[in-house]
Design a protein around this ligand. Structure first.
Ligand code: HEM
Length: 348
């Protein structure tokens, strides 16, 4: 799948990405006028879903958004319940909770299979990622993917490709509201870019937006922890790791560790200037993991965050409705424990 994530391919996604943001901003017009607060997580969820649907399938995601956003929330809750529960039979019990999970999987599968069938039947390609996967052939056997393998790959890209980015953007708006000086600097950088960021090259004019995104993912890494399974005995510092151990690698802890970061709790995008990034330990910052299984969509995600910040920041300020404390919850991703309700303050 590497070729579909290469830079020239990502450049071709810019028009659909800016299109998805513009559609959201058009929707926000009335909400801003009537001073209706929005749930930042839901808004960013719908936006990131629209972006990944356009990239994968070549068509907008508005029609499927409600169902998918709800189903993903069920998947998150149920899988983290399985993760934390001490009941070894939990995954097998036909509880209402389990049935709700199966219904959510079926709802997402229905969406994915519909797109797979539509695109397989289409005579002409539409250049979307799914078309590339349909064309992919195993170099040794010459065979394409069977329908189940294709579903598995597509569902991974679909879920990994929007939930994480939505999450990162949600925390970014939250942090920006708490740090007006940083928000104003971001607003002026974005306002100075005449017209839209239309190509990947334009993103070079938005270094601060990139730093803001990176720093938000330091404090709120969407994947707060990932794990590895020890294939053989190993030693890690003072610890012996027996074969078969599950080892957790928690970006949440690494990113806030005082031996790795100065004043770690402070939101400070300046940490990510090239000058201040040199010399940092290569595993101090792992929002996208590391090594052979590093996130395949990291460039796409950072590009998307930059585009969203650049298009939204000069036009709207997202303001927290109240001072209620917002705390994170470690599900599969780092979700806010309660909805982050924000008012849309129109700037231009
Ligand atoms: C801010 C956004 C994102 C974050 C924070 C993120 C984070 C991660 C992390 C930490 C991993 C590694 C997990 C591990 O090592 O066990 C990963 C893997 C992966 N990500 Fe992302 N991701 C993001 C966006 C995306 C996007 C946009 C896509 C695709 C469109 C994507 C697709 C994948 C896939 C397919 C894998 C599995 C790679 C493999 O196992 O070889 N991610 N992601």
């Amino acid at each position: 799948m590497q070729p579909i994530f290469q830079r020239d391919r990502l450049d071709s996604l810019m028009p659909s990405m800016t299109g998805a943001v513009e559609d959201m901003l058009a929707r926000w017009n009335d909400l801003a006028r009537s001073n209706t607060p929005v749930d930042a997580g839901v808004e960013m969820g719908k936006l990131a879903l629209d972006v990944i649907t356009r990239a994968l399938f070549g068509t907008g995601g508005a029609a499927i958004a409600e169902d998918v956003v709800k189903s993903v929330a069920v998947l998150q809750e149920y899988t983290s319940y399985l993760f934390w529960t001490l009941n070894p039979l939990a995954a097998k019990l036909p509880t209402p909770y389990h049935r709700r999970f199966l219904a959510a999987v079926a709802a997402i599968d229905a969406v994915i299979y519909r797109f797979i069938h539509e695109r397989s039947a289409a005579r002409a390609g539409n250049g979307a990622m799914l078309d590339e996967l349909l064309k992919a052939r195993d170099p040794e056997t010459g065979c394409g993917m069977d329908e189940k393998s294709l579903r598995d790959e597509v569902v991974t890209l679909f879920l990994a490709g929007h939930e994480t980015t939505a999450n990162a953007l949600t925390w970014t708006w939250y942090l920006l509201d708490r740090h007006p000086g940083i928000r104003e600097r971001l607003e002026s950088e974005a306002a100075a870019l005449t017209g839209h960021p239309a190509t990947i090259q334009d993103l070079n004019a938005l270094p601060y937006a990139r730093q803001v995104a990176q720093e938000a993912m330091r404090l709120y890494p969407p994947v707060w922890s990932f794990n590895r399974f020890a294939l053989g005995p190993d030693t890690l510092g003072a610890y012996r790791i027996p074969r078969g151990t599950t080892v957790f690698i928690p970006p949440w802890v690494l990113h806030r560790h005082p031996s790795l970061w100065e004043d770690p709790e402070r939101f400070d995008p300046e940490r990510f200037t090239p000058a201040r990034s040199t010399g940092r330990h290569r595993y101090a910052y792992l929002p996208f993991g590391a090594g052979p299984r590093i996130c395949i969509g990291s460039h796409l995600a950072l590009m998307e965050m930059q585009v969203v910040l650049a298009l939204v920041a000069p036009r709207y300020r997202l303001r927290l409705g109240s001072d209620h404390p917002v705390s994170p919850q470690g599900l599969i991703t780092t979700r806010p424990s309660k909805p982050i309700m924000m008012r849309l303050e129109r700037l231009i």
